[in-house]
Ligand binder design. Structure first.
Ligand code: ADP
Ligand code: MG
Length: 368
């Protein structure tokens, strides 16, 4: 029996399996219908190669911790169990696509979008870290973009898998241990302390992976792109990444500085909490909004001046024609021009006042 058949045999009463998603790196991912509630859920099953000899109790302990995370920017776990001795877990189906797919299609993202999505991820990290849960595998594949917002999936799964595998059965070879190493993080996004297999990895490893993900969103590529995992791990430990600003010059300097600080080799040199990241992102967002507002006002002022000039030309032609046709005295032309200028100044001033009054309302609504 293959895994899908085993899944249907064990879970058939609760779920009807509809299709398998491709691309699962450390799991097989299925779309299913939860029969009792008629809703779509995603069922993830860890592959046998990874979980051969898995300690299901330890896996459950970690997964129960992750299941406590209920937050708008975290994909909640719904249930967990075993199919043919292999752990599975379910979660809500999130309509949208992964940040990986989004980056593949759109390349480097606009600054405002980067700041918005990173803010969502930082909120998710702050919430989980305050509750003692580290993600350990932050990367674009584990961030789903739904309706313009980011939701982080697979919270605590990397830890659950590694805990479950901490005591591999004696028949396991070095090769499968390497596979386990791969499962507790992804080389491209792995913090130096994870790469060095430091047992005291803490939440600041997530802050490093957040920095790599942000760098990729801004520049289209992560800082270290070597194809061999070994060279990648060495790069995290020793290589200094190119500055973000060298690869994406229009990055707001505060954002570029934050991303580069996340990539510090020493955890103590990084921003220490996800809340710190949020504070910087809020400042950058406010700056972007101010710049957009100023640009809008500059644009509308130029438009109004052009209109005013056209009106002045029209008034002087009209006045000249009236002087000739109706025999009006010569002073009518300057008088009409002065009147026209006064009217234009009053109209432009009033329009700018209205624009200033409504802009903060519009930007506050966008923030909601
Ligand atoms: N909760 C979800 N809602 C919708 N699609 C999902 C969900 N979780 C995973 N997927 C889809 O399944 C694919 C593989 O999942 P992924 O998390 O990348 O697997 P793995 O963690 O094993 O690498 C994702 O790219 C995404 O398209
Ligand atoms: Mg994943």
């Amino acid at each position: 029996m293959d895994l899908r058949e085993e899944l249907e045999a064990s879970l058939g009463e609760l779920y009807s399996i509809e299709q398998e998603f491709g691309g699962g790196g450390m799991s097989r991912v299925f779309l299913a219908q939860e029969k009792s509630l008629g809703r779509r859920v995603v069922v993830k099953v860890l592959p046998k190669e990874l979980t051969g000899g898995v300690n299901v109790d330890r896996f459950r302990r970690e997964i129960v911790l992750a299941a406590q995370l209920q937050h708008p920017h975290i994909v909640t776990l719904l249930s967990t169990g075993q199919v043919a001795g292999v752990p599975y877990y379910t979660m809500p189906y999130e309509e949208g696509r992964s940040l990986r797919a989004h980056l593949r299609e759109s390349g480097p993202l606009p600054i405002a979008e980067v700041v918005g999505l990173l803010g969502d991820v930082a909120k998710a990290l702050a919430f989980a870290h305050e509750r003692g849960v580290i993600h350990r595998d932050i990367k674009p594949d584990n961030i789903l973009v739904c309706g313009g917002a980011a939701v982080v999936s697979d919270f605590g799964i990397a830890k659950a898998v590694s805990e479950a595998k901490d005591q591999p059965p004696p028949h396991e070879t070095g090769e499968s241990l390497t596979q386990i190493g791969m499962s507790v993080g992804t080389p491209t996004y792995m913090a130096p302390e994870q790469a060095a297999a430091d047992p005291d990895v803490d939440h600041r490893a997530d802050i490093y992976a957040f920095g790599i993900t942000a760098y990729e969103m801004l520049t289209g590529r992560p800082p270290f792109c070597d194809s061999s995992p070994r060279k990648l791990l060495a790069a995290h430990l020793t290589e200094i990444p190119d500055p973000v600003l060298a690869r994406r010059p229009d990055t707001p300097p505060a954002l570029a500085a934050m991303v580069m600080a996340c990539l510090a080799k020493e955890p103590a040199d990084r921003p220490q909490t996800a809340k710190e990241l949020l504070r910087v992102l809020e400042i950058v967002q406010a700056g972007e909004q101010r710049a957009a507002r100023a640009q809008m006002q500059r644009g509308s002022l130029a438009r109004q001046l052009a209109l005013g000039l056209a009106a002045l030309v029209a008034v002087s032609i009209l006045a000249r024609a009236s002087i000739i046709a109706m025999g009006l005295p010569e002073w009518v032309l300057p008088a009409m021009l002065v009147a026209a200028v006064l009217i234009i100044v009053a109209v432009v001033g009033r329009a700018q006042g209205i624009a200033r009054a409504i802009t903060p309302i519009a930007s506050a609504r966008r923030r909601e």
